[in-house]
Each structure stands twice: as structure tokens, then as C-alpha cells.
Design a protein around this ligand. Sequence first.
Ligand code: OGA
Ligand code: MN
Length: 288
Amino acid sequence: MPTIESLHALFAARVTGLDLRRGLSADEAAAVCEALDRHSVLVFPGQDIDDEAQLAFSRAIGPLEVTRAGASGAGGYLLVLTNIGPDGRIAPPTDRQVLNNLANRLWHADSSFKSVPARASLLSAREIPREGADTEFASMRAAWAEMPERLKARLRGQVAVHDFGWSRSLVAPELVTAAERADWPPVRQPVVLGGPLGEALYLGAHARTIEGMAEEEARALIEEAMEFATQPRFVHAHRWRRHDLVLWDNRAVLHRATPFRSTAERRHMVRTTIAGQGPLLATAAAAE
Ligand code: OGA
Ligand code: MN
């Protein structure tokens, strides 16, 4: 059975004693799921896996989400974050890759703009730069637990509108296609997620506004909540080593990428995504 060691006072743990290449027993898979619920972020060092092994391990956690159109790996179950071109060399990024990379640097929960957002994500470091490109995680459970009551009171019970077209247009207006806007109309998500594991704030880069609130007031409130929730004391930065696999709970943490010298150093990461089981609110479609 796996060994689980804490990495931060509030969340995140390292899992050793499993070889993800040979698949998991039912008991091991259950132990990983339980650890994910408890720690929100799990780091599995030294897992030299290929795509097939990553898919098999991911499926042991839950059914997979299909990669959206416009992302590399669209229509399949893998999402590739790479600066390496088809000829095996560092490639000048396409406009779309630049955009995706910049967007990943904003605190976000994966696919919160979908009516059924991702439950969890797995990112495998196939090649990493010597410096930079840490992935940072912020515990939305710890942040919610410590948030001043006056701020909580304004957020509790509210519904946020998550809008991919809007969030992407802030990064690069000219690169959001009409097809993307049509694929991802605004959706409603609860601002606070409940559940047996504790409440968690659920906002991030796609959260545009709050239903029933004037746009300006909603923006100010979202920004105040995000600023509180992403303070350094709620953040664990993962410094990648080659062959790390990191699994995180998108309902409990936000995450973001950090920069690296992407025209000089290689980075090749493969993501799989565990699908959510249903909308977080009974009515997920936003009015607009
Ligand atoms: C992701 C993501 C951040 C990174 O894979 O969903 O946001 O550091 N990655 O690559
Ligand atoms: Mn992400």
C-alpha cells in the first residue's frame, strides 16, 4: 500500500510505494482516492510512465474528460503542454499555444467554464526545464476556512457565471474564435462548494460575474475573494522533477503555471482529466 507524507501544513502530500506502470489494485486505487480527498494535491515522484500507463492510472481514479476543441489533444483524453515541435526541437510557439500558456498563468480550476467541470487533473512531467515552470496550488478549503466572516457572508449562497470567451478575451481578444464562444457559453457555478470534506471557495479566472449583482460590484467582490484566497500561506508551489506525476482536486484547489525560458529550455507535460459526475448546480446554463 502507498506511503503518504504531508508536503505543506494545510494540504498536499507525496505518495510513494506505487509503480504506476504496472497498474493499481482496487485497494491501492481506493487509497489514492481517499488521499486525494484528504490532501487535495498528490505528488507521485519517479513515475516514468507513457501515455497508456497515464490513461490506465487516470481511469482507475474515475472516468475521463474529453479534451476541448482548440487545445492540443482535442477530442481525445490527453492534453499536451509542450514547447517541442514535431521535429523534436524547441518550436516557436503558435499563437494558440502562447495564449494557452498565458491563460494557464492565471489562478484557475480546470474546465470550470463547462457545465460539468473537471473533478481532478493529472499532470505528468516528461521533460522539464532546469529553472522555472513551477506549478502553484492554492487550497480553497483552507482559504475559505480562514476567510473573514464579513467576506464569507457576501459570497455564501451566491452563483458565479463562468465564461470562457470572456476570460480568454482578457488574455488575447483576437484569439477567441466564434466556434469557442459557441462551444462554451457562460455557465452557472456555486461560489462555495459544500460536501463532507469541508466547504471550498470555487472561483478562478473564468468567474466573470455574480448573478444578481451589478457587474462592477461583482468584479470587486471576486477580486477581493481571489486576493484573499491566493495569499502565500494557502499556496504550495510544486518544483517539478522529471517523471513526477501530480494529481489535484479541482474542487478543492486552484492552480497556475509560472514562467520559464520557453525558447531555450524544453518542457513537455501530459495531462489527463477526471470528469465531474454532473453539474454543480441543478441548472447550469446561464441566462445570457
Ligand atoms: C494544467 C495547467 C500548469 C502548468 O495542466 O491544467 O494548468 O504548470 N498546468 O503547466
Ligand atoms: Mn490547468
